[in-house]
Design a protein around this ligand. Structure first.
Ligand code: NAD
Ligand code: DAU
Length: 349
């Protein structure tokens, strides 16, 4: 079996990638390495945890000797690197954690891969998952393309930009076969309810205020997480070594329009009179350095690899709302912190 290391596989996007690969590729052994920070939740992977071609390893990518030992113990054919601190607001209050995980963690993986792969390196893949936020903030016009100059403006996006540069440097300097993709905002099941969409779903359900930063006019380009996982599969297998691919939903919404739409969907699902949930909208102080607009031009991945989003935003959002309403236990465990006991119970330590 080909061993593939997925880092951050207990998180939101990582768990969708792990599920896709474990189910689609029985000939691969997927090893999920995750530190299980507040954002990592093994309950995201209950449906694959007993599969023979899946293993979980708890560990920190910042721990250099642990990472070197892991690479010495396994002959990985490929790495799909998703582990990161991912929430912009947390990066504003605690930037150092982002530097450690996103930059130091990435260089530890690159170094371990380089030394354990040695002469065999040319047959391997190091695939780094990044974000559109590295390109900075757009005005009303234009789109991010693969060679848009980097202009990160938050500690999160700066740390991700730095890791992208390091990955490219290992391609140019050491000939490491790398691939990078930069994706727009994801939404879907299993997303930690600190991010806009699950936070709003949770608060609407609980009749709590819906905090909109500033005037709610910032724009994001939303993509269903399963479509991101499909893109990662295609790039991992068919993307060109040394290349970058932008991934996006071609689906721009201002935050206020999105939250109002979500309120309508939730009113219907919860049997509330239309307009009731919207009353919960509350404008709060803006995020520091809040990027105005992100919008991806995803024509390269469409033309070169034939990928495009598989469902409309309206359908994806409705399915997402259904998932959160049907998985009350998951949401309650996450919001109460109860999910962190799962590892103890499952692994006995
Ligand atoms: P997430 O915060 O939901 O999950 C991150 C995972 O990484 C968690 O399971 C966490 O436990 C793990 N992790 C964190 N620090 C670690 C460490 N030091 N060692 C090992 N594991 C560690 O994040 P996400 O939203 O799933 O994002 C995954 C990746 O995709 C990130 O690299 C992020 O930058 C990128 N990305 C996210 C989005 C988005 O909209 N969420 C869009 C584009 C790119
Ligand atoms: O663009 C890709 C990025 O998308 C990823 O790299 C990040 O990991 C991911 O967190 C996301 O970043 P954003 O900052 O765009 O996502 P977030 O869900 O935090 O916020 C989306 C928008 O909603 C943003 O303009 C801020 C606003 N917002 C967010 C929260 C949490 C609010 O108005 N109120 C809120 O309470």
């Amino acid at each position: 079996m080909k061993k593939i290391l997925v880092t951050g596989g207990a998180g939101f996007i990582g768990s969708h990638v792990v599920r896709l690969f474990v189910n689609k590729y029985p000939e691969y052994h997927i090893i999920n390495l995750d530190k299980l920070t507040y954002a990592g939740n093994l309950e995201n992977l209950l449906d694959v945890e007993e599969k023979e071609n899946y293993s979980f390893v708890k560990g920190d990518i910042v721990d250099e000797s642990f990472i070197n030992e892991l690479f010495a113990a396994h002959d990985f054919e490929g790495v799909i690197h998703l582990a990161a601190e991912s929430h912009v607001d947390r990066s504003i209050t605690n930037p150092t954690e982002f530097i450690k995980t996103n930059i130091v963690g990435t260089i530890n993986l690159l170094n371990a891969a380089k030394s354990s792969w040695g002469e065999e390196m040319k047959n391997k893949i190091f695939y780094h998952i990044s974000t559109d936020e590295v390109y900075g903030s757009l005005g009303k016009e234009g789109y991010f393309v693969e060679d848009t100059p980097y202009d990160p403006r938050s500690p999160y996006s700066s740390s991700k930009a730095s890791s992208d540069h390091l990955v490219r440097a290992y391609f140019h300097t050491y000939g490491m076969p790398v691939k990078i993709s930069n994706c727009s905002n994801n939404y879907g099941s299993h997303q930690f309810p600190e991010k806009l969409i699950p936070l709003m779903i949770h608060n609407i359900k609980e009749n709590k205020p819906l905090p909109i930063y500033g005037e709610g006019l910032n724009i994001r380009d939303w993509l269903w997480v399963n479509d991101h996982a499909r893109a990662i599969d295609i790039i991992f297998h068919e993307g060109k070594v040394g290349e970058t691919y932008n991934i996006g939903g071609n689906n721009e919404w201002t935050n206020i329009a999105l939250v109002k739409h979500l309120c309508k969907v939730m009113d219907t699902k919860l049997g509330r009179p239309e307009g009731e949930s919207e009353q919960l909208i509350t404008f709060v102080i803006d995020r520091a350095g809040h990027d105005m607009r992100y919008a991806i031009d995803a024509s390269k991945i469409k033309t070169d690899l034939g990928w495009e989003p598989s469902i409309t935003f309206e359908k994806g959002l409705e399915d997402t709302v259904d998932w959160y309403l049907e998985n009350e236990k998951w949401l309650n465990n996450v919001t109460s912190g109860q999910y962190q006991n799962y590892y103890k119970k499952q692994y006995n330590n």
